[in-house]
Every structure is written in structure tokens, then in C-alpha cells.
Design a protein around this ligand. Structure first.
Ligand SMILES: Cc1ncc(C[n+]2csc(CCOP(=O)(O)OP(=O)(O)O)c2C)c(N)n1
Length: 651
């Protein structure tokens, strides 16, 4: 892949002496094992230097520095396949596999991706961003190798304890246990998801990490495994003897993974690089699916992250690496809040008035601001782990009993729970409220996180209301409306990442009539129909066009389903030129809905649909991506001018 380094970004950071010589794992392998401790130190420093200046994910990559170095030292990557789950912890992997020189472009528009990506490097064996896929992907690779007779090829999935709470990970484990493949699953257990990890599995992992009986038994196993190298070819036999010796005892009966037919090793200290190299070398000789449980610390080696709040240091933004002070923008003017915070506070306000309201988040308490309700009303707000499917069906169950669930899921993660929305909520016509955060371009996280598809994928489902607020007041009013007595229909409210537009946002609640849009400004030459927050770009564009003598009418549709048919009749009666605008995929989105209305009602008009085009849009600032897709204010101005066939000024 050709990486264009943006002009304004300079390479200011120099790697340490050993790291400077490492351009691929081949270089790493040339070093003596005793030098690996220093490599780890330099790699850690390089990550700290870069993230403190350019931002990005942080704590997770620091926590797997030793694992990363040991894996690339021991295994023959990229022939051996290394799959990172989620991928936010793979900075060390990227730096060791040829991307050190461009690492400062991480997550920058046209720079390298913040996640492993197949087209970026042959070392990135599988594209990630969403959680809990690594076991299935690595198992697929392992089964393919077995089928092709590549019996020596190794396949390694690195999965966090958070990602292990996702159902898909268990679907993979269930299959892996009977696969007889060269699959090594490394469980990177730091007791944290983005927020503290939750659920019974977390307690189980802590139990097996701390249980004395269990660990005495495990030590015996390791003593025997320690003899492996001496036995050479007979290693296999020794292992099965060890295994047979313990099969009937505590290990197989009390160990979840053993009971799934996966050989379980550990727990081991994930920060002892020497020990990790020795263990990984041993495990290489052991055929079949196996799991190594590594205990690590998120933020390891950087004091403020290690000792401070791990959630804050998951992705802290830029910071002073000496003092650990996280930089915050200082504003003179009062600022509009983030939509997520308007959601969080409004939910608590509504819940105080309506005791039936409950909140559900799949592992995103901080990201969605559900943590505000979790703190104030712990018995009424639930973090269910990285389990979107469960979150939706759990909400459906709550609704059957008369409660009013607000299930908050990022738009892109909701893709995981599509069947549950249809099968468990909409077919049964249950009144579940969905709040879809990060709808539209997610920004630096890129295509795995863009909330591109929800308008299209929700508006085709019967018994589903699809709404989007243009500002904070509308979000509050939609949330208020969604809790008014109703015995059927799911109600979805989508809003973007980042700030709204109203510094004074605590407005009194008002009911919004379902399926009713509103006129923002009247005009004569062309009508813009916008959906959601992106309508604010249209407001700017209208002002510019007005100065150019072009009179634009602007309508905020508010609902993609049901559509405001009266409003659309008025628009198509009065206007022959119409622009639709949405921060979602053009295919099947609100523009498509408007076209369907037009055709179904025998109107004719020239319609230009603005939105996310039918291709994968990479990462960058939200505005950069909107510009790329011609849906920023300047792009809207151009679209209007083209539609009116007036000369288009340079942007
Ligand atoms: C399907 C899905 N839901 C939610 C997320 C958001 N998310 C990113 S990282 C993360 C926590 C992962 O925890 P863990 O696997 O333990 O890794 P750690 O950060 O602790 O190293 C979550 C919830 C996601 N990436 N994918």
C-alpha cells in the first residue's frame, strides 16, 4: 500500500537504538534473546512518544508490548498467521512489521489505519475493528492450512478478556475444541474492557488466576513441560502423558477451556518477555488447539496510565508524556455538548420521572455516557459486556414485562444485532427504544466504525420508527417522545459522534409528533431535505447560496420512517429540483425513501442524493470525509449549483 504522508505532519520521533534497526520481524530475530527486554523498552517508549503527540489508542498496546515482541520473535510471521482481536492493541505489531517510519500517520486522513488491515501489510492477516472475531478467523486459517497439508503452519489469535465476553468468541471456541488444528489462542487478561470488564466470566478468570490449588497443579504441569526441549521428538508423547495424568483430576473438571477440549496453559506473567519466549517455543511443539492465559496490565510501563484510570487511558487523546497531563482544548465561548452526554443526562432526567425506564449498553458505558445512569441508578442500568445481540434480546425481554428499555448501541456495532432487532423486537412488535450513537462517519477509527448503514437497514423493517435529531433539543424531545405510553413499535434515534450545536441544551421537554418533519427555511429555487445533525451543514450552505442569489428551501425530515408525507407532497408540488442529505449510505437511505415516495406518487423532479457513496470510505476527520464525499457545506453548495445548472465556483 502506498501511504501518503500529509504535509503538515512531520516525523518528530526517533526510535531507540535497537528498534531503529528493526524494519521487520526478520531483524528482530537476529537479536539475542537477552536484548528483547531492551527492545520492549524502546517499543514502549516509541508508542508513548507517538500517541502523546498524535493521539490514538494507548493502554491496550502498552499492555501487549512483551507479547508482541515474543510472538514475532518466536513465530515465523507472516507465514505463521497472527490475528489480533479488535486490533486497537496492535500498535507494537505495526511498528515491528515495517510501519515504524509512517507510524506518525496512524489514524490520520490518508495515513495508516489504527487497526490491522489486510491491504496495508502482509503481517495484518485479518482486518479488525469489531470485537470477538479472532478465534473464528484464526480457526478458519488453521483449517485451511490443515486442508492444504501445511501441517507446520501456526495460527495465533490474541484475544482480550473483554473481547471474550462476545458470543462470537464462544462460537469459535466451541468449534476450535473439535478441530484438531494448529491453533493457539492467547487470552490477554487485563481485567479491563474499555471500562472495567463485567460478567461471570471475569470472575472465573480471576478465580483461576488466583486459586492456589489450581496453580499448584498448573505448576506441576509446567515443570514437566519444562523438560520438553530435552526430549525433542518425544515431546508429543510427554505432553500426552502429562495430559493423561491430569485429565482425570481437577484441571479438566474445573477448567472451562479444558472442558471445551482446548489445552489450557497458564496463567503466566504477560510482561516477562523471556518467559513468554520460552513458553511460546514450547507451545509451538504441541499440536492441536490450545489456549495460553496471559495476565497483563493495561497501560503497563507508563506510570500515569498504569496507576491512573484505565478507561481514560484507553484512548486519552494527546498528552504531556512527562507529567501525564491530558491536553484539553480551552474554549473562551461556551461549547455545545457532545450528543452522547445529552443522551446520558437526558436519560437520567427522564428516568427520574418515569420509573419504567431502564438503560442497556453492551460494554460502552463511557463511550455512550450510559455511565451517568449506571452511577445514579445502578439497579436500572446494565452493562452486558461486548454482546450486542444479547443487549437487544435482553431489551426485548425487559419490554415484554412493561419496562421501557433504552438500548444504546453504536450504529456500526448494531450491525451485529440485526437479526435480534427483526426477530426478537420487530416481529413481536415490542416497544424497545434504540439509541444509535456514532451514526454517520466515525472519523479516525475508519470504515469498521463508520455508522453508515443504519438508516437503510432499519427503515426496511416493519414496526420500526427511524428518527434523527438535528440538534440537542430534538434529541431530548425524541427521547421524551419515545417514553410516552406506547404498547408497540420499536423507536430508533440516531445521532453522530461529537458535539451538537446548542450550548444551552437543557430545554424543556416537548412531544414530537411521530413522522412529522419541519421547515427550517423557505425558498424557491431548490429544496434540500436533510435528516439529522448533518442538516446543520445545509443551514451553512443555504446562507452561502443566499448570498449568491440562490433561494433554497430547507426541510429537516426528522423521520426516515414514517416519512412526513404531507411535507413531501408540498415539496414535490412546489419544487422540481430537490437535494437529499444524510450522513449514511446513499444506497437505501433516506434519499432512496424520498425517491420511492416520488415514484409512488407520480411526481417528477430532478433529485440529487448526497450521502455516503457505495464504496468503503477510509479514516480521517469527520469533516475531511464529508468533504471527500461532497456532503460538507461547500459540497452542498456545489451540488445545488450543478442541479440549477449555474456556474460552479471553485471550492
Ligand atoms: C462489536 C464491538 N463492540 C464494541 C467494541 C468497542 N470496543 C473496542 S475495544 C473494547 C474493549 C476490548 O477489551 P479487551 O478485549 O479486554 O481488550 P483491552 O482493551 O482490555 O486490551 C470495546 C468494547 C468493538 N470494538 N466491537
Amino acid at each position: 500500500m502506498r501511504i501518503i504522508v500529509p504535509n503538515q505532519v512531520q516525523m518528530l520521533i526517533t526510535p531507540g537504538k535497537l528498534l531503529a534497526q528493526i524494519n521487520s520481524p526478520k531483524d528482530l530475530k537476529k537479536l539475542d534473546q537477552v536484548q528483547l527486554v531492551q527492545v520492549c523498552e524502546e517499543l514502549r517508549q516509541f508508542i508513548v512518544d507517538n500517541v502523546s503527540v498524535y493521539g490514538g489508542h494507548f493502554g491496550a498496546s502498552l499492555g501487549v508490548v512483551e507479547l508482541t515482541v515474543a510472538l514475532h520473535y518466536v513465530f515465523n510471521t507472516p507465514h505463521d498467521q497472527l490475528v489480533w482481536d479488535v486490533g486497537h492493541q496492535a500498535y507494537g505489531h505495526k511498528i515491528l512489521t515495517g510501519r515504524k517510519e509512517v507510524f506518525h500517520t496512524n489514524r490520520v486522513y490518508k495515513g495508516i489505519s489504527g487497526f490491522p488491515k489486510r491491504k496495508e501489510s502482509e503481517y495484518d492477516t485479518f482486518g479488525v475493528g469489531h470485537s470477538s472475531t479472532s478465534v473464528s478467523a484464526a480457526l478458519g486459517m488453521a483449517v485451511a492450512s490443515k486442508y492444504q497439508g501445511l501441517n507446520e503452519k501456526q495460527h495465533i489469535a490474541v484475544i482480550g478478556d473483554g473481547a471474550l465476553t462476545g458470543g462470537m468468541a464462544f462460537e469459535g471456541l466451541n468449534h476450535a475444541g473439535v478441530s484438531d488444528t494448529n491453533l493457539l489462542i492467547i487470552l490477554n487478561d487485563n481485567c479491563m474492557s474499555i471500562d472495567p470488564n463485567v460478567g461471570a466470566l471475569k470472575d472465573y478468570l480471576t478465580d483461576i488466576t488466583t486459586s492456589r490449588t489450581y496453580n499448584r497443579l498448573k505448576d506441576d504441569v509446567w515443570k514437566m513441560l519444562g523438560k520438553l526441549s530435552t526430549f525433542g521428538k518425544n515431546a508429543q508423547e510427554i505432553v500426552s502423558k502429562v495430559e493423561n495424568g491430569i485429565k482425570s483430576t481437577l484441571l479438566s473438571q474445573s477448567n472451562l477451556f479444558e472442558s471445551l477440549n482446548l489445552r489450557y496453559f497458564g496463567p503466566v506473567d504477560g510482561h516477562d518477555v523471556d518467559h513468554l519466549v520460552a513458553i511460546l517455543n514450547d507451545l509451538k511443539a504441541i499440536k492441536g488447539p490450545k489456549i495460553l492465559h496471559c495476565v497483563t496490565v493495561k497501560g503497563k510501563g507508563y506510570g500515569p496510565a498504569e496507576k491512573g484510570n484505565a478507561t481514560t487511558w484507553h484512548a486519552p487523546g494527546t498528552f504531556d508524556k512527562i507529567t501525564g497531563e491530558i491536553y484539553k482544548k480551552v474554549h473562551v465561548e461556551p461549547q455545545a455538548p457532545k450528543y452522547q452526554d445529552v443522551f446520558g443526562h437526558t436519560l437520567v432526567e427522564l428516568a427520574r420521572q418515569n420509573e419504567k425506564i431502564v438503560g442497556i449498553t453492551p460494554a460502552m458505558p463511557s463511550g455512550s455516557s450510559m455511565n451517568i445512569m449506571m452511577k445514579e441508578m445502578p439497579e436500572r442500568a446494565f452493562d452486558v459486556g461486548i454482546a450486542e445481540q444479547h443487549a437487544v434480546t435482553f431489551s426485548a425481554g425487559l419490554a415484554t414485562q412493561g419496562l421501557i428499555p433504552y438500548c444504546n448501541i453504536y450504529s456500526s456495532f448494531m450491525q451485529r444485532a440485526y437479526d435480534q432487532v427483526i426477530h426478537d423486537v420487530c416481529i413481536q412488535n415490542l416497544p424497545v427504544n434504540f439509541c444509535l450513537d456514532r451514526a454517520g462517519f466515525a472519523g479516525a477509527d475508519g470504515p469498521t466504525h463508520h455508522g453508515a448503514y443504519d438508516i437503510a437497514y432499519f427503515r426496511c423493517i416493519p414496526n420500526m420508527i427511524v428518527a434523527a435529531p438535528m440538534n440537542e433539543q430534538e434529541l431530548r424531545n425524541l427521547m421524551f417522545t419515545a417514553q410516552l405510553p406506547r404498547t408497540e413499535q420499536a423507536f430508533s434515534i440516531r445521532y453522530p459522534r461529537g458535539q451538537g450545536v446548542m450550548p444551552n441544551w437543557r430545554t424543556p421537554f416537548e412531544k414530537i409528533e411521530i413522522g412529522k418533519g419541519r421547515m427550517i427555511r423557505d425558498g424557491e429555487d431548490v429544496a434540500i431535505l436533510s435528516f439529522g445533525h448533518i442538516g446543520n451543514y445545509a443551514v451553512e450552505a443555504c446562507q452561502v447560496l443566499n448570498k449568491k442569489g440562490i433561494s433554497v428551501a430547507h426541510f429537516d425530515l426528522r423521520f426516515a420512517k414514517p416519512l412526513d408525507e404531507a411535507l413531501l407532497h408540498e415539496v414535490f408540488t412546489r419544487f422540481s429540483k430537490v437535494i437529499t442529505l444524510e450522513d449514511g449510505c446513499i444506497v437505501g437511505g433516506i434519499g432512496s425513501a424520498v425517491l420511492e415516495f416520488m415514484v409512488d406518487n407520480q411526481y417528477t423532479a430532478r433529485v440529487k442524493r448526497l450521502g455516503i457513496p457505495d464504496r468503503i470510505v477510509e479514516h480521517g476527520e469527520q469533516l475531511e470525509l464529508h468533504q471527500e464525499c461532497g456532503m460538507d457545506p461547500a459540497g452542498i453548495v456545489v451540488a445545488v449549483q450543478k442541479l440549477l445548472e449555474v456556474p460552479v465556483n471553485q471550492r
